[in-house]
Write a protein that binds this ligand. Structure first.
Ligand code: 5GP
Length: 178
């Protein structure tokens, strides 16, 4: 298959980082049960791969959110398209995200979920863009700090495409593939 964009993180590098994150989470929640909350759609691959690296008992839930804005910029206005199926009060929750950009989506989600009084809540994100968080977000489990470019692959899309790429690549805004 033709490579899309310029590869920033290879499939092997992703696997190594996800395995490390899984080890960190397994150690921190030793003796506890965990609820992983995946943020659709982008986190579906991180969620699937990370979950298989976690050795403590895990349940799964998903939220779908949309952030209003154009294709490559987030606006910070978040709409919940699908809420959790289960209560999270007194549960240990880890939110699984694909990428933290401005941080506005996670800030909104954290506020929304904290009201439901989980026993604890932390964030696992595969990618964190450096230096552009508008709101400081404590991402406890993180794969990679990356430059503030628009990336696709491993769950991340451009106009709905490229989520299935096994690597993360940077799209050149002047030479978009579709
Ligand atoms: P926020 O700016 O609120 O931190 O990011 C919100 C959402 O915007 C992310 O969950 C992700 O879906 C999307 N997003 C942010 N940066 C990128 C990027 O570089 N590529 C893609 N495909 N989506 C992104």
């Amino acid at each position: 298959m033709e490579t899309i964009g310029k590869i920033l993180i290879t499939e092997d590098e992703i696997a190594d980082a996800v395995a490390r994150m899984g080890r960190e989470i397994s150690a921190d929640y030793d003796g506890k049960e965990l609820l992983l909350v995946g943020i659709l759609k982008g986190a579906f691959l991180t969620m699937a791969d990370l979950a298989r690296q976690i050795t403590v008992p895990v349940e799964f839930d998903f939220m779908a959110v949309s952030s209003y804005g154009d294709a490559t910029k987030s606006s910070g206005v978040v709409r919940i398209l699908k809420d959790l199926d289960q209560e999270i009060s007194n549960r240990h929750v880890v939110i699984v995200e694909d990428i933290v950009d401005t941080g506005l989506t996670l800030h909104y989600l954290l506020e929304n979920l904290r009201v439901r009084q989980p026993a604890s809540i932390e964030i696992a994100a595969l990618l964190v863009k450096e230096g552009i968080q508008q709101i400081p977000i404590d991402v406890k489990y993180r794969g990679f700090d990356i430059p503030p470019d628009f990336v696709v692959g491993y769950g991340l899309d451009y106009t709905g495409l490229f989520r299935n790429l096994p690597y993360v690549s940077v799209l050149d805004p002047d030479n978009l593939p579709v």
